[in-house]
Design a protein around this ligand. Structure first.
Ligand code: AMP
Length: 118
């Protein structure tokens, strides 16, 4: 248990705030980023907010991290041509603003040779 307020993603999972949900399973949810930075910009989020970042998730529940990656791959095939960029911002200095681990899935017309600024 935590005494922190629920993350914005937990509030989306609880349907307390709206989101454009594109996939949901027992352990994972995916929805469109509210401020897209690519033609396809989805967030894949474990339903638990026990892990703040991808390193914590990898150490604590590698199977759940694998499900996040598999979900990202499936969604890139469904929403674009199957190629995608997977980004886990880790730490405020890297641009992380929501400390509930999430994968950015960027796809569709990405510029080769650059990394998106997130
Ligand atoms: P990060 O900066 O890596 O922590 O990513 C957080 C992402 O969550 C940003 O790309 C935001 O645009 C996105 N975001 C924040 N609030 C919402 C929301 N209510 N619905 C969808 N995406 C959101």
């Amino acid at each position: 248990m935590t005494d922190r307020a629920p993350s914005v993603f937990s509030r989306i999972i609880a349907r307390e705030i709206p989101a454009d949900v594109v996939f949901e399973s027992e352990h994972v949810i995916a929805f469109k980023d509210i401020a897209p930075q690519a033609p396809v910009h989805l967030l894949v989020v474990p339903k638990t907010e026990a892990y703040a970042n991808v390193a914590e998730l990898a150490a604590g529940d590698p199977a759940l991290l694998a499900e996040v990656v598999a979900t990202a791959s499936s969604l890139a095939a469904e929403h674009a041509d199957g190629d995608y960029r997977l980004i886990f911002n880790t730490g405020a200095g890297a641009g992380q603003t929501v400390f509930h681990v999430h994968a950015h899935v960027l796809a569709g017309g990405l510029t080769e040779g650059t990394l998106a600024q997130l």
